[in-house]
Design a protein around this ligand. Sequence first.
Ligand code: 5MM
Length: 339
Amino acid sequence: MNIPGLIETAKALVADNKGLLAMDESTSTANRRFAELGIPQTVETRRAYRELLVTTAQLSENISGAILYDETIRQSTLTGTSFVDILIRADIIPGIKVDLGAKDLAGFPAEKITDGLDGLRERLAEYAQLGARFAKWRAVFSIGEGLPTRACMEANVHALARYAALCQEAGLVPIVEPEVLTDGTHTLERCFAVTERVLGMLFAQLYTQGVRLEGMLLKPNMVLTGKDCPEKTTINQVADATVTCLLRTVPAAVAGIAFLSGGQSSELATSHLNAMNSRFKERLPWALTFSFSRAIQQPVLAIWNNQDANIEAAQQALVYWASSNRAARQGNYNPAAVL
Ligand code: 5MM
C-alpha cells in the first residue's frame, strides 16, 4: 500500500484553505433537481451542466478536488476533452462517488444501509485508471423515536470502514461520509448525541479495519436542529456544538474534515463554517473545510436553467460561493460582499 501517496493526496485536498466541490449527484438526484426547475432530464442536459461546472475559470483558486459520479467521470466537453483532463489541467484533483446508494435496511423499515461493497475492489481499480485519486461513500442516519437503531449504526459504520480500507488498498483516498439527516423535529442536543455516537462507532470500526487515518478525510454533517424543530439556534451555537462533538470523537491524525451542507442554504452553511473557523481554528488538530453540493450548486443551477446565455452568470455564482467558502475556512466570510 502506498501510504505516503495517500497522505500526500489527502493533504493536497485540504491545502491552501481550499475545499471540495461535490458534483456527484446520482442520476436520480440530478434529475430531481432538474425537474424542480423544469430542466429536461437527459444525459445531455446533465453533461452540459457538469461542463459548465468543470470549465469555470478560477475554480481552482478555491476548489482542490471535485467529486464526480460514474456517468460524469466518463463524459467530455462538447469539444471532446474529458472532464477528468479538464480538472487535472486546472490543478483540481478528480474524485469519484463509489457507493451505490442508500437502500432499505432489512428488518428496520425506517432505516437505510448503503450498498456497493460487492465488486468494489474491481470498480476502484477502474476508477483509478480513469484518473480518480480519491473516492466517497455516504451513509445516512435518521433521527426519530428509537432511531437510529444500533443495527443501522453498526451496519453502516462497518460498510464505511470496509470501503475505506479497500480505497486505501487501491491507492485512493477515502472520504468517509456519515450523514445524520435533518428531517424531523429533533433538538440540537439530540443531533449532537446521535452524531457523537455515530462518529464514536465509526472511528472504532476504522481502527478495527486498519484504515490509516492520515490518508483519509471525514465528511460529516454539522450539528443542527431538525428541519421542523421549533427551537431556533444561533450561528455560534451550531459552531460550538459541531466543534465540541468533533473534538470528542475525531482523532487528531485524520487529515481533514470537509462538511456536507445537508440542505442548509448557501449563506447559512457558509456562515456556520465561518464561525467554526473564526472561533476555533487555532485550537483544532485538523482543517475544517467544505465538501458542499447543494450549498454551492443550488444558486448555480437556478441561474443556468438550461440556457446557454446564462452560463457566464452561473459560473460567476459558482466562483462566488466557492470563494466565500474558502474565506469561511479562514474565518473571513463577509455575507455582504456583492455577488
Ligand atoms: C451530490 O449528492 C451526493 C450524492 O447523493 P445521491 O447519491 O443521493 O445522489 C451526496 O453524497 C453529497 O455529496 C453529499 O450529501 C453532500 O451534499 P450536500 O448537498 O449535503 O452538501
